[in-house]
Design a binder for this molecule. Structure first.
Ligand SMILES: Nc1ncnc2c1ncn2[C@@H]1O[C@H](COP(=O)(O)OP(=O)(O)O)[C@@H](O)[C@H]1O
Ligand SMILES: [Mg+2]
Length: 245
C-alpha cells in the first residue's frame, strides 16, 4: 500500500445464491483522485459499493480505509470516519423538507430530531449547502416535490454535510437531463478541488472519460483493466466486455 492510498479493496467476493456478483475484486483509490469504476450492466459495481460501505457482508476479501481494516462494516460508523456514498436510486426522505433531509444525516438516531429539533448551526450549514447546490429556494419544501435530478443533488449535498474524505457516487448522471449532468459534473469538480477524493460508478462514458483518472473496469465481478482513460478505452479486454457476451 502506497502512502497516498485512501481505500484499498483486496480480493473482495460476494455470491447471491448461484450468482458470483463480485469475484476477487482488487483495486485501490488514491487520495486526491476521481477514480472511475465502470463495467457492463450487472458486472458488480453497486455490489462493490455495498460491500465497501457495509450494506452487505463480504464472503471473502478485505477493505481498508486510511490504512485501517474495515471490519463488520457499519454505514453510520464509516460516515463518521469520513466515507460516504450515494445510491443509484437517490435515497431521500420524501416527507421531510430539504433542510430536514440534510440534518437527519448528522442527527443520529433520527428520533433525536423530533426531540431536540434542529440546532441553529446545523440548519445554517444545511442551508449553505442547499444554496451551493442551487436548491436554496426549495429549502423548506418537501423532498418528494423535487425532480429526480434535484433529488440526486440533494443526496450529494447530504453526504457532504458529514465532511467526508472519500465519497462514493453510484451513477450520479443516470436518469438526469443533460443540463443537470453538467451541474453534477461541476459540483463533483468543485468538491474535488476542495480536497475530497471520489470513487464514481457511471454509465455515461463521455462523463467518465473526462472526469475520472484512473479508471477501474469490472467484468463479471473481477477487475479486467485499470489505468488512464485513453488506455482503458483502447484496451481490447474492455471492448470485449462491453461488446461481447
Ligand atoms: N441483492 C441481490 N440479490 C441477488 N442478486 C443480486 C443482488 N444484488 C445484485 N445481484 C446480482 O449481482 C450481479 C451484480 O449486480 P450489481 O452489483 O447491481 O451490478 P452493476 O451495479 O454493475 O450493474 C447481477 O447479476 C445482479 O443481478
Ligand atoms: Mg449498479
Amino acid at each position: 500500500m502506497s502512502a497516498q492510498t485512501l481505500l484499498e479493496v483486496d480480493g473482495l467476493s460476494k455470491r447471491f445464491g448461484g450468482v458470483a456478483a463480485v469475484s476477487g475484486a482488487t483495486f485501490s483509490v488514491d487520495t486526491g483522485t476521481i477514480t472511475g469504476l465502470i463495467g457492463p450492466n450487472g458486472s458488480g459495481k453497486t455490489t462493490v459499493f455495498n460491500l465497501i460501505t457495509g450494506y452487505l457482508k463480504a464472503d471473502a476479501g478485505t477493505v481498508r480505509f486510511e490504512g485501517e481494516r474495515v471490519r463488520r462494516a457499519n454505514p453510520r460508523r464509516l460516515y463518521r470516519r469520513g466515507l460516504s456514498r450515494t445510491f443509484q436510486q437517490a435515497r431521500v426522505f420524501p416527507e421531510m423538507t430539504l433542510v430536514e433531509n440534510l440534518v437527519v444525516a448528522v442527527a443520529v438516531p433520527v428520533w433525536a430530531l423530533g426531540r431536540r429539533g434542529i440546532s441553529r448551526a446545523d440548519a445554517a450549514r444545511a442551508e449553505e449547502l442547499l444554496d451551493r447546490f442551487g436548491l436554496g429556494s426549495h429549502a423548506h419544501r418537501k423532498a418528494g416535490e423535487l425532480s429526480f435530478g434535484q433529488r440526486k443533488l440533494l443526496e450529494f449535498a447530504t453526504v457532504l454535510l458529514g465532511r467526508p474524505r472519500l465519497v462514493l457516487l453510484d451513477e450520479p448522471a443516470s436518469g438526469v437531463n443533460p443540463l443537470m449532468i453538467e451541474q453534477m459534473e461541476r459540483h463533483i469538480r468543485d468538491v474535488h478541488a476542495e480536497g475530497v477524493t471520489f470513487l464514481v460508478v457511471e454509465h455515461d462514458m463521455n462523463l467518465v472519460m473526462r472526469l475520472c483518472d484512473p479508471i477501474v473496469v469490472l467484468d463479471h465481478g473481477a477487475k479486467i483493466a485499470e489505468g488512464h482513460p485513453a488506455d482503458v478505452r483502447a484496451d481490447p479486454a474492455v471492448l470485449d466486455a462491453y461488446l461481447g457476451d
